[in-house]
Design a protein around this ligand. Structure first.
Ligand code: SF4
Length: 445
Protein backbone atom coordinates (compact mmCIF):
# COMPACT_ATOMS: atom_id res chain seq x y z
CA UNK A 1 0.00 0.00 0.00
CA UNK A 2 1.15 3.55 -0.59
CA UNK A 3 2.91 5.35 2.25
CA UNK A 4 0.45 8.22 1.89
CA UNK A 5 -2.32 5.96 3.25
CA UNK A 6 -0.43 5.44 6.51
CA UNK A 7 0.00 9.14 7.21
CA UNK A 8 -0.98 10.37 10.64
CA UNK A 9 -3.61 13.02 9.97
CA UNK A 10 -6.10 15.09 12.00
CA UNK A 11 -9.75 14.11 12.37
CA UNK A 12 -10.82 17.49 10.96
CA UNK A 13 -13.56 18.22 13.46
CA UNK A 14 -12.46 21.82 12.84
CA UNK A 15 -10.21 23.71 10.48
CA UNK A 16 -7.73 25.03 11.46
CA UNK A 17 -7.34 22.07 13.81
CA UNK A 18 -6.76 22.43 17.57
CA UNK A 19 -2.95 21.79 17.50
CA UNK A 20 -2.65 25.08 15.60
CA UNK A 21 -4.27 27.13 18.36
CA UNK A 22 -2.00 29.61 20.15
CA UNK A 23 -2.05 31.93 23.13
CA UNK A 24 -2.67 34.86 20.77
CA UNK A 25 -6.35 34.24 21.54
CA UNK A 26 -6.90 34.95 25.24
CA UNK A 27 -9.86 35.92 27.37
CA UNK A 28 -9.75 39.54 26.14
CA UNK A 29 -9.93 38.43 22.48
CA UNK A 30 -12.71 35.95 23.23
CA UNK A 31 -14.62 38.65 25.14
CA UNK A 32 -14.43 40.98 22.13
CA UNK A 33 -15.63 38.19 19.83
CA UNK A 34 -18.59 37.51 22.13
CA UNK A 35 -19.46 41.20 22.25
CA UNK A 36 -19.31 41.34 18.44
CA UNK A 37 -21.92 38.61 17.92
CA UNK A 38 -24.91 39.84 15.93
CA UNK A 39 -27.94 40.44 18.13
CA UNK A 40 -29.94 37.75 16.36
CA UNK A 41 -27.06 35.22 16.17
CA UNK A 42 -28.20 31.74 17.18
CA UNK A 43 -26.06 29.54 19.41
CA UNK A 44 -25.17 25.97 19.89
CA UNK A 45 -23.87 25.14 23.39
CA UNK A 46 -21.43 22.37 24.33
CA UNK A 47 -21.04 21.75 28.03
CA UNK A 48 -18.03 19.66 29.09
CA UNK A 49 -17.98 17.67 32.34
CA UNK A 50 -14.44 16.27 32.79
CA UNK A 51 -15.19 13.58 35.37
CA UNK A 52 -15.86 9.84 35.25
CA UNK A 53 -16.20 7.23 38.00
CA UNK A 54 -13.30 5.20 36.53
CA UNK A 55 -11.10 5.65 33.49
CA UNK A 56 -11.41 3.30 30.51
CA UNK A 57 -7.94 2.43 29.20
CA UNK A 58 -8.70 3.48 25.61
CA UNK A 59 -10.17 6.87 26.56
CA UNK A 60 -8.94 9.85 24.55
CA UNK A 61 -11.22 12.41 26.25
CA UNK A 62 -10.25 15.14 28.66
CA UNK A 63 -11.52 13.60 31.89
CA UNK A 64 -10.40 12.33 35.27
CA UNK A 65 -11.66 9.73 37.69
CA UNK A 66 -13.38 10.70 40.90
CA UNK A 67 -15.63 9.02 43.43
CA UNK A 68 -16.15 12.22 45.39
CA UNK A 69 -19.12 14.53 45.02
CA UNK A 70 -17.47 17.77 46.25
CA UNK A 71 -15.35 18.49 43.14
CA UNK A 72 -18.37 17.83 40.94
CA UNK A 73 -20.52 20.26 42.94
CA UNK A 74 -17.76 22.87 42.75
CA UNK A 75 -17.47 22.35 39.00
CA UNK A 76 -21.23 22.80 38.44
CA UNK A 77 -21.05 26.17 40.21
CA UNK A 78 -18.10 27.25 38.06
CA UNK A 79 -19.95 26.31 34.87
CA UNK A 80 -22.90 28.44 36.06
CA UNK A 81 -20.50 31.34 36.67
CA UNK A 82 -18.99 30.90 33.20
CA UNK A 83 -22.48 31.02 31.64
CA UNK A 84 -23.18 34.28 33.49
CA UNK A 85 -19.97 35.80 32.13
CA UNK A 86 -20.69 34.71 28.56
CA UNK A 87 -24.21 36.16 28.74
CA UNK A 88 -22.79 39.38 30.23
CA UNK A 89 -20.57 39.93 27.16
CA UNK A 90 -22.70 38.38 24.41
CA UNK A 91 -26.24 39.16 25.61
CA UNK A 92 -29.10 36.70 25.73
CA UNK A 93 -29.13 34.57 22.58
CA UNK A 94 -31.40 31.88 21.23
CA UNK A 95 -29.89 28.41 21.59
CA UNK A 96 -30.73 25.80 18.95
CA UNK A 97 -28.52 22.88 19.97
CA UNK A 98 -27.40 21.81 23.41
CA UNK A 99 -24.90 19.00 23.94
CA UNK A 100 -23.55 17.68 27.26
CA UNK A 101 -20.27 15.81 26.79
CA UNK A 102 -17.33 14.60 28.80
CA UNK A 103 -16.30 12.67 30.65
CA UNK A 104 -19.60 11.43 31.94
CA UNK A 105 -21.92 14.44 32.20
CA UNK A 106 -24.58 12.44 34.06
CA UNK A 107 -22.05 12.10 36.91
CA UNK A 108 -23.56 15.44 37.99
CA UNK A 109 -26.56 13.47 39.24
CA UNK A 110 -30.22 14.49 39.12
CA UNK A 111 -29.98 17.59 41.34
CA UNK A 112 -26.90 19.16 39.70
CA UNK A 113 -28.22 18.38 36.22
CA UNK A 114 -31.40 20.28 37.09
CA UNK A 115 -29.41 23.12 38.68
CA UNK A 116 -27.16 23.44 35.60
CA UNK A 117 -30.11 23.26 33.20
CA UNK A 118 -31.83 25.96 35.27
CA UNK A 119 -28.75 28.20 34.97
CA UNK A 120 -28.66 27.61 31.20
CA UNK A 121 -32.29 28.73 30.96
CA UNK A 122 -31.50 31.80 33.10
CA UNK A 123 -28.69 33.01 30.83
CA UNK A 124 -29.78 31.79 27.40
CA UNK A 125 -33.06 31.61 25.50
CA UNK A 126 -33.86 27.90 25.19
CA UNK A 127 -37.35 28.33 23.74
CA UNK A 128 -36.18 27.49 20.19
CA UNK A 129 -34.09 24.46 21.18
CA UNK A 130 -34.08 21.91 18.35
CA UNK A 131 -31.99 19.23 20.01
CA UNK A 132 -30.88 18.54 23.56
CA UNK A 133 -28.34 15.71 23.59
CA UNK A 134 -26.18 14.05 26.22
CA UNK A 135 -23.39 11.45 26.26
CA UNK A 136 -24.14 8.67 28.75
CA UNK A 137 -22.34 5.75 30.34
CA UNK A 138 -24.89 2.89 30.34
CA UNK A 139 -23.28 1.39 33.46
CA UNK A 140 -24.46 4.30 35.61
CA UNK A 141 -28.01 4.87 34.41
CA UNK A 142 -31.03 4.34 36.60
CA UNK A 143 -34.71 5.38 36.34
CA UNK A 144 -34.39 8.41 38.65
CA UNK A 145 -31.45 9.77 36.65
CA UNK A 146 -33.32 9.22 33.37
CA UNK A 147 -36.40 10.93 34.83
CA UNK A 148 -34.19 13.94 35.62
CA UNK A 149 -32.73 13.94 32.10
CA UNK A 150 -36.19 13.94 30.60
CA UNK A 151 -37.37 16.65 33.00
CA UNK A 152 -34.64 19.02 31.73
CA UNK A 153 -35.63 18.28 28.12
CA UNK A 154 -32.98 15.80 26.93
CA UNK A 155 -34.25 14.21 23.72
CA UNK A 156 -31.15 12.42 22.37
CA UNK A 157 -28.67 10.18 24.18
CA UNK A 158 -25.34 8.77 22.98
CA UNK A 159 -24.27 5.60 24.73
CA UNK A 160 -20.66 4.41 24.72
CA UNK A 161 -20.55 0.73 23.74
CA UNK A 162 -17.22 0.12 21.90
CA UNK A 163 -17.45 -3.70 21.64
CA UNK A 164 -19.75 -6.25 23.27
CA UNK A 165 -17.08 -8.95 23.37
CA UNK A 166 -16.18 -9.75 27.03
CA UNK A 167 -12.49 -10.41 26.18
CA UNK A 168 -12.14 -7.02 24.51
CA UNK A 169 -14.02 -5.33 27.36
CA UNK A 170 -11.58 -6.93 29.81
CA UNK A 171 -8.52 -5.62 27.96
CA UNK A 172 -9.85 -2.04 27.84
CA UNK A 173 -10.98 -1.94 31.48
CA UNK A 174 -14.67 -1.47 30.81
CA UNK A 175 -16.95 -4.37 31.63
CA UNK A 176 -20.35 -3.69 30.19
CA UNK A 177 -22.41 -6.72 29.11
CA UNK A 178 -25.07 -6.44 26.40
CA UNK A 179 -27.92 -6.52 28.97
CA UNK A 180 -26.54 -3.42 30.71
CA UNK A 181 -26.73 -1.46 27.46
CA UNK A 182 -30.11 -2.96 26.60
CA UNK A 183 -31.57 -1.96 30.01
CA UNK A 184 -30.22 1.57 29.56
CA UNK A 185 -31.84 1.88 26.12
CA UNK A 186 -35.15 0.46 27.34
CA UNK A 187 -35.21 2.83 30.35
CA UNK A 188 -34.37 5.87 28.22
CA UNK A 189 -37.15 5.05 25.78
CA UNK A 190 -39.63 4.37 28.59
CA UNK A 191 -39.07 7.89 29.88
CA UNK A 192 -39.31 9.47 26.45
CA UNK A 193 -35.66 9.86 25.42
CA UNK A 194 -36.35 8.14 22.13
CA UNK A 195 -33.42 9.17 19.94
CA UNK A 196 -30.55 6.84 20.71
CA UNK A 197 -27.00 6.86 19.31
CA UNK A 198 -24.59 4.01 19.99
CA UNK A 199 -20.83 4.54 19.74
CA UNK A 200 -18.74 1.54 18.65
CA UNK A 201 -15.00 1.23 18.11
CA UNK A 202 -12.57 -0.75 16.01
CA UNK A 203 -8.82 -1.07 16.45
CA UNK A 204 -9.02 -2.03 20.14
CA UNK A 205 -6.73 -4.71 21.60
CA UNK A 206 -7.83 -8.28 20.83
CA UNK A 207 -10.61 -7.11 18.51
CA UNK A 208 -11.30 -9.25 15.47
CA UNK A 209 -13.42 -8.82 12.37
CA UNK A 210 -15.90 -11.41 13.60
CA UNK A 211 -16.49 -9.85 17.01
CA UNK A 212 -16.97 -6.46 15.37
CA UNK A 213 -19.60 -7.98 13.10
CA UNK A 214 -21.28 -9.54 16.13
CA UNK A 215 -21.17 -6.22 17.99
CA UNK A 216 -22.81 -4.48 15.02
CA UNK A 217 -25.62 -7.06 14.95
CA UNK A 218 -26.20 -6.78 18.70
CA UNK A 219 -26.21 -2.98 18.49
CA UNK A 220 -28.77 -3.20 15.67
CA UNK A 221 -31.09 -5.24 17.93
CA UNK A 222 -31.41 -2.15 20.12
CA UNK A 223 -32.76 -0.17 17.14
CA UNK A 224 -30.64 2.98 17.52
CA UNK A 225 -31.24 5.90 15.18
CA UNK A 226 -27.50 6.36 14.72
CA UNK A 227 -24.39 4.23 15.13
CA UNK A 228 -20.90 5.72 15.08
CA UNK A 229 -17.85 3.52 14.49
CA UNK A 230 -14.68 5.26 15.63
CA UNK A 231 -11.15 3.99 15.10
CA UNK A 232 -9.27 3.69 18.40
CA UNK A 233 -6.50 6.30 18.39
CA UNK A 234 -3.51 5.02 20.39
CA UNK A 235 -1.83 8.19 21.65
CA UNK A 236 -0.23 7.17 24.98
CA UNK A 237 2.09 10.22 24.88
CA UNK A 238 -1.08 12.33 25.12
CA UNK A 239 -3.42 10.17 27.26
CA UNK A 240 -1.61 8.45 30.12
CA UNK A 241 -4.31 5.79 30.78
CA UNK A 242 -3.63 4.35 27.31
CA UNK A 243 -0.27 3.13 28.65
CA UNK A 244 -2.33 0.39 30.33
CA UNK A 245 -3.05 -1.04 26.89
CA UNK A 246 -0.75 -3.83 25.79
CA UNK A 247 0.53 -2.59 22.41
CA UNK A 248 1.31 -6.13 21.31
CA UNK A 249 -2.45 -6.85 21.35
CA UNK A 250 -3.34 -3.96 19.06
CA UNK A 251 -4.41 -4.85 15.52
CA UNK A 252 -2.09 -3.94 12.62
CA UNK A 253 -2.97 -1.24 10.07
CA UNK A 254 -4.15 -3.97 7.71
CA UNK A 255 -6.37 -5.51 10.42
CA UNK A 256 -7.77 -2.09 11.34
CA UNK A 257 -8.78 -1.52 7.74
CA UNK A 258 -10.41 -4.97 7.60
CA UNK A 259 -12.32 -4.19 10.83
CA UNK A 260 -13.51 -0.77 9.61
CA UNK A 261 -14.61 -2.35 6.32
CA UNK A 262 -16.41 -5.21 8.10
CA UNK A 263 -18.33 -2.78 10.34
CA UNK A 264 -19.23 -0.64 7.31
CA UNK A 265 -20.42 -3.60 5.24
CA UNK A 266 -22.49 -5.06 8.10
CA UNK A 267 -24.17 -1.72 8.83
CA UNK A 268 -24.96 -1.04 5.18
CA UNK A 269 -26.39 -4.55 4.86
CA UNK A 270 -28.61 -3.87 7.88
CA UNK A 271 -30.00 -0.80 6.13
CA UNK A 272 -28.05 2.05 7.73
CA UNK A 273 -27.02 4.97 5.56
CA UNK A 274 -23.29 5.79 5.77
CA UNK A 275 -22.78 9.36 6.98
CA UNK A 276 -19.39 10.89 6.27
CA UNK A 277 -16.43 8.94 7.52
CA UNK A 278 -17.66 7.03 10.54
CA UNK A 279 -21.38 7.55 11.23
CA UNK A 280 -24.36 5.46 10.14
CA UNK A 281 -28.01 6.43 10.45
CA UNK A 282 -31.47 5.12 9.74
CA UNK A 283 -32.67 6.74 6.55
CA UNK A 284 -35.42 8.72 8.36
CA UNK A 285 -32.97 10.30 10.85
CA UNK A 286 -32.29 14.05 10.42
CA UNK A 287 -28.61 13.44 9.83
CA UNK A 288 -29.39 11.05 6.95
CA UNK A 289 -31.78 13.55 5.37
CA UNK A 290 -29.19 16.32 5.73
CA UNK A 291 -26.49 14.11 4.18
CA UNK A 292 -28.67 13.36 1.16
CA UNK A 293 -29.34 17.09 0.73
CA UNK A 294 -25.66 18.08 1.06
CA UNK A 295 -26.42 19.93 4.34
CA UNK A 296 -24.39 17.78 6.70
CA UNK A 297 -21.96 19.66 8.98
CA UNK A 298 -18.93 18.57 10.98
CA UNK A 299 -18.10 19.83 14.45
CA UNK A 300 -16.24 18.70 17.57
CA UNK A 301 -18.88 16.04 18.30
CA UNK A 302 -18.54 14.56 14.80
CA UNK A 303 -21.34 14.83 12.23
CA UNK A 304 -24.29 17.08 12.89
CA UNK A 305 -27.10 19.10 11.37
CA UNK A 306 -26.20 21.99 13.70
CA UNK A 307 -26.54 25.23 11.72
CA UNK A 308 -26.24 27.74 14.57
CA UNK A 309 -24.18 30.90 13.96
CA UNK A 310 -21.78 30.24 16.84
CA UNK A 311 -20.82 27.44 19.19
CA UNK A 312 -20.19 28.27 22.84
CA UNK A 313 -18.06 25.73 24.70
CA UNK A 314 -18.52 25.70 28.48
CA UNK A 315 -16.20 23.97 30.93
CA UNK A 316 -12.59 22.84 31.06
CA UNK A 317 -11.03 22.26 27.60
CA UNK A 318 -14.22 23.28 25.79
CA UNK A 319 -13.75 24.96 22.41
CA UNK A 320 -15.96 27.79 21.14
CA UNK A 321 -16.37 28.67 17.48
CA UNK A 322 -17.35 32.24 16.70
CA UNK A 323 -17.50 33.93 13.30
CA UNK A 324 -14.02 35.37 14.08
CA UNK A 325 -12.31 32.15 15.12
CA UNK A 326 -11.88 29.43 17.73
CA UNK A 327 -11.25 29.90 21.46
CA UNK A 328 -10.38 27.11 23.88
CA UNK A 329 -10.68 27.03 27.67
CA UNK A 330 -7.90 25.78 29.94
CA UNK A 331 -7.84 21.98 29.75
CA UNK A 332 -6.97 21.36 33.37
CA UNK A 333 -9.76 21.81 35.88
CA UNK A 334 -7.35 23.76 38.14
CA UNK A 335 -6.56 26.37 35.49
CA UNK A 336 -10.20 26.59 34.44
CA UNK A 337 -11.37 26.99 38.06
CA UNK A 338 -8.83 29.69 38.91
CA UNK A 339 -9.82 31.79 35.90
CA UNK A 340 -13.58 31.51 36.41
CA UNK A 341 -13.30 32.04 40.18
CA UNK A 342 -11.38 35.26 39.43
CA UNK A 343 -14.34 36.41 37.30
CA UNK A 344 -12.37 35.92 34.06
CA UNK A 345 -13.09 33.78 31.06
CA UNK A 346 -10.91 30.68 31.02
CA UNK A 347 -9.69 31.08 27.42
CA UNK A 348 -6.03 30.07 27.04
CA UNK A 349 -5.68 29.59 23.31
CA UNK A 350 -7.38 29.74 19.96
CA UNK A 351 -6.99 31.02 16.44
CA UNK A 352 -8.48 33.82 14.34
CA UNK A 353 -9.84 32.54 11.04
CA UNK A 354 -8.41 34.11 7.87
CA UNK A 355 -10.16 34.08 4.50
CA UNK A 356 -7.78 31.31 3.37
CA UNK A 357 -8.78 29.29 6.48
CA UNK A 358 -12.45 29.75 5.60
CA UNK A 359 -11.94 28.55 2.02
CA UNK A 360 -9.88 25.53 3.04
CA UNK A 361 -12.25 24.85 5.95
CA UNK A 362 -15.20 24.63 3.56
CA UNK A 363 -13.31 22.31 1.19
CA UNK A 364 -12.28 20.04 4.06
CA UNK A 365 -15.78 20.03 5.58
CA UNK A 366 -17.41 19.08 2.26
CA UNK A 367 -14.89 16.28 1.73
CA UNK A 368 -15.43 14.95 5.26
CA UNK A 369 -19.25 15.25 4.98
CA UNK A 370 -20.09 14.56 1.31
CA UNK A 371 -16.98 12.57 0.29
CA UNK A 372 -16.88 15.06 -2.59
CA UNK A 373 -16.18 18.69 -3.27
CA UNK A 374 -16.57 21.08 -6.17
CA UNK A 375 -13.53 23.36 -5.82
CA UNK A 376 -14.78 25.71 -8.51
CA UNK A 377 -18.09 26.33 -6.71
CA UNK A 378 -16.20 27.24 -3.54
CA UNK A 379 -13.69 29.31 -5.53
CA UNK A 380 -16.58 31.27 -7.13
CA UNK A 381 -18.09 31.95 -3.70
CA UNK A 382 -14.81 33.48 -2.49
CA UNK A 383 -13.82 34.96 -5.87
CA UNK A 384 -10.49 33.16 -6.10
CA UNK A 385 -8.79 31.25 -8.89
CA UNK A 386 -8.79 27.60 -7.79
CA UNK A 387 -6.20 26.60 -10.41
CA UNK A 388 -3.43 28.71 -8.93
CA UNK A 389 -4.50 28.14 -5.32
CA UNK A 390 -4.92 24.37 -5.27
CA UNK A 391 -2.72 22.90 -8.03
CA UNK A 392 -0.31 21.59 -5.33
CA UNK A 393 -3.14 19.92 -3.42
CA UNK A 394 -4.51 18.31 -6.59
CA UNK A 395 -1.04 17.04 -7.54
CA UNK A 396 -0.64 15.57 -4.04
CA UNK A 397 -3.84 13.58 -4.61
CA UNK A 398 -2.63 11.96 -7.83
CA UNK A 399 -1.32 8.79 -6.11
CA UNK A 400 -4.72 8.26 -4.44
CA UNK A 401 -6.49 8.73 -7.76
CA UNK A 402 -4.11 6.26 -9.42
CA UNK A 403 -5.10 3.50 -6.98
CA UNK A 404 -8.84 4.20 -7.33
CA UNK A 405 -9.45 5.96 -4.02
CA UNK A 406 -10.80 9.06 -5.70
CA UNK A 407 -11.89 10.52 -8.99
CA UNK A 408 -10.86 13.98 -10.14
CA UNK A 409 -12.88 15.56 -12.92
CA UNK A 410 -11.56 19.08 -13.57
CA UNK A 411 -11.95 20.69 -10.16
CA UNK A 412 -14.48 18.18 -8.85
CA UNK A 413 -13.14 15.59 -6.43
CA UNK A 414 -15.10 12.51 -5.44
CA UNK A 415 -13.87 9.95 -2.94
CA UNK A 416 -14.83 6.45 -4.11
CA UNK A 417 -16.27 3.75 -1.80
CA UNK A 418 -12.81 2.17 -1.75
CA UNK A 419 -11.29 5.48 -0.68
CA UNK A 420 -13.88 6.34 2.00
CA UNK A 421 -11.70 5.12 4.92
CA UNK A 422 -8.98 7.51 3.69
CA UNK A 423 -11.16 10.65 3.56
CA UNK A 424 -8.96 12.30 6.23
CA UNK A 425 -5.90 11.79 4.02
CA UNK A 426 -7.70 13.40 1.07
CA UNK A 427 -8.79 16.33 3.26
CA UNK A 428 -5.24 16.75 4.56
CA UNK A 429 -4.06 17.71 1.05
CA UNK A 430 -5.89 21.03 1.61
CA UNK A 431 -4.54 21.59 5.14
CA UNK A 432 -2.10 24.51 4.89
CA UNK A 433 -0.88 24.01 8.48
CA UNK A 434 -0.02 20.33 8.36
CA UNK A 435 3.47 20.67 6.93
CA UNK A 436 4.38 23.46 9.36
CA UNK A 437 3.14 21.68 12.44
CA UNK A 438 4.85 18.59 13.77
CA UNK A 439 2.10 17.50 16.16
CA UNK A 440 1.70 13.73 16.31
CA UNK A 441 -1.74 12.66 15.06
CA UNK A 442 -3.37 9.25 15.00
CA UNK A 443 -3.06 7.06 11.88
CA UNK A 444 -5.62 7.67 9.09
CA UNK A 445 -7.17 4.22 9.63
S1 SF4 B 1 -14.49 6.44 27.60
FE1 SF4 B 1 -16.13 7.69 28.48
S2 SF4 B 1 -16.58 6.69 30.44
FE2 SF4 B 1 -14.60 5.89 29.78
S3 SF4 B 1 -13.11 7.25 30.75
FE3 SF4 B 1 -13.50 8.09 28.74
S4 SF4 B 1 -15.10 9.60 29.00
FE4 SF4 B 1 -15.07 8.30 30.85
Amino acid sequence: MLGILHQAVPRYTSYPTAPNFSSAVDDAVYRSWLAGLAENATLSIYLHVPYCRDLCFYCGCNTKATHKQKPIERYAKLIAEEMAQIARYAGRHKVRYLHWGGGTPSILGADLLKFTAGELARHFDLAALVEHAIELDPRYLNPSLVRALRSIGVNRASLGVQDFNPRVQQTVGRIQPFDVVKNAVVTLREFGVVKINLDLMYGLPRQTVSNIQETVHLAHQLEPQRIAVFGYAHVPWFRAQQRLIDESELPSARERLAQATAAHDALVQLGYQPIGLDHYARSDDQIATAARAGRLRRNFQGYTVDDADALIGLGASAISRLPNGFAQNASDVGGYSRAVAAAKLATVKGISISVDDRIRGQIIERLMCDMAVDLEAIGDRFEIDVGSNFSDALAALDPLRDIGNLQIDGYRIRITDKGRPFARVVASAFDAYLKRNHTRHSPAI
